[in-house]
Design a binder for this molecule. Structure first.
Ligand SMILES: N[C@@H](CCC(=O)N[C@@H](CS)C(=O)NCC(=O)O)C(=O)O
Length: 209
């Protein structure tokens, strides 16, 4: 059995964050696939057995079961001694911003576009505007910085990259509007161990409509 076991499915950028961190750190991990699109993570049985929150990623390591990607990234950062910012509070600040504004709006907008049944165009437009506002914040933060907090990547970068390595057709923005984000994504993709999401996450895919 591998040292790390990740409950995941391929379309989940949250799961990709954990898998990406493991890949960048050279961790020995295996996937425990979940059937998200058939509602497995929302069943009382799964919630009782795996996580009351009904969400993946869930990482099993050393007899513990960790949930919430920010917790998982922090745990892996401590375990491997990698991707820790010098300023832990600043790192936490950007992790929280990512979970609330950047990842959550981008993930929801992408889900509505690709997988939701009859999404309301007004709701799609609302989430797109929220995504664009979050991108503007990150674009400003990257002014004069190669990574979020400076010259070196930290787990807030790993977290925020979670949905940026899926095919652009799944999150069709005018990428030229955010050139620093585009350069940051390219810089990140050049790091040793990096693989795009669908290369890294195993399991049966549910392609977008
Ligand atoms: N804040 C959580 C978000 C996790 C999350 O939303 N995961 C999605 C898949 S990407 C999920 O399992 N959602 C279950 C649901 O909404 O029912 C984290 O970063 O781990």
């Amino acid at each position: 059995m591998a040292e790390f076991r990740l409950h995941c499915f391929p379309e989940s950028g949250g799961c990709y964050k954990a898998a990406l961190m493991l890949a960048l750190c050279g961790g020995d991990w295996e996937a425990i696939p979940v059937d998200y699109f058939r509602g497995e993570t929302r069943t009382p049985e799964w919630k009782a057995r795996v996580s009351v929150m009904g969400e993946v990623p869930v990482l099993e390591h050393g007899g513990r079961r960790l949930t919430q990607s920010g917790v998982i990234l922090s745990h892996l950062s401590r375990h491997f001694g990698r991707f820790a910012a010098e300023d832990g509070e600043e790192q936490l600040r950007w992790l929280l911003f990512d979970n609330h504004k950047f990842t959550s709006y981008l993930a929801t907008w992408r889900f509505l576009l690709g997988w939701a049944e009859n999404p309301d165009p007004a709701v799609i437009a609302f989430f797109r505007a929220r995504v664009e506002a979050a991108f503007n914040v990150v674009e400003a933060q990257l002014d004069g910085r190669d990574f979020l907090l400076g010259a070196a990547p930290c787990i807030a970068d790993v977290s925020m990259q979670g949905y940026l390595h899926y095919p652009e057709a799944e999150w069709p923005l005018d990428h030229a509007r955010w050139p620093r984000i585009a350069a940051w994504r390219t810089r990140f993709a050049a790091m040793p161990g990096h693989r795009p999401a669908y290369d890294l996450l195993p399991g049966t895919r549910t392609p977008p409509r």
